[in-house]
Design a protein around this ligand. Sequence first.
Ligand SMILES: C[S@@+](CC[C@H](N)C(=O)[O-])C[C@H]1O[C@@H](n2cnc3c(N)ncnc32)[C@H](O)[C@@H]1O
Length: 229
Amino acid sequence: MPEGSAVQRMFSGIASRYDFANRVLSLGLCVGWREQLVAAAKAAQPKTVADLATGSGDVAFALRRDLPPDCTIVGYDFCEPMLELGRIRARKENIALEFRVGDCMSLPIATASQDVVTIAYGVRNFEDRAKGLGELRRILHPDGTLLILEFSQPNAWFLPFHFVHVRCVLPVLAGILTGDFGAYKYLGTSIAGFPDAAGLDAELKAAGFSKVCHKRMLFGTVALHQAQA
Ligand SMILES: C[S@@+](CC[C@H](N)C(=O)[O-])C[C@H]1O[C@@H](n2cnc3c(N)ncnc32)[C@H](O)[C@@H]1O
């Protein structure tokens, strides 16, 4: 698993170009995947939501758009330059959304205080996944819902295409778009080394979550995991 401080430095370096690169590299598909996460969050009818590893807040803004105004939504990340982009956008668009510094290894959030915890493309970067998943469970209300959107391992027939895309095409394209070839080499390595959906489900159960399930998307390259605290 990657070292937290290295991940922090890497995202600080690409913060200003991250959103643009994300949309181009996923051919816009990331928007639809995010909408599925938001729909699942909405179905839980939460009053408090923490969007972890929020980055510049794409998920938090989508949640704010779809959840009622009396639902409190706060975005947390350990990378200040990413958070600042979210704050600037919130001010510019006059959206009531708060962004706070928080490391998923030890969050500044009270125990059992959140109805829903969302995290998109963050768990893969955890320095210690078991510790991080335990921390996500700690902050959730006993009936609370965890929603994880993350890259996953595709169906066997799609593996060769996926391998070439993730290991060769993606790092080069992303390097051109962001000017940081190293960061996206890491992206390829971290995706390839991440467990498949069943594997992450098993880790969630080991962390104490119940009613664990997932939905695989785009031949399993991405998965939306849901679990109860
Ligand atoms: C790939 S970005 C995802 C951002 C956003 N969730 C999205 O969907 O676009 C990953 C983010 O996770 C953050 N991150 C990684 N490990 C973290 C940790 N331990 N605590 C808080 N944030 C973390 C990084 O700083 C980065 O902003």
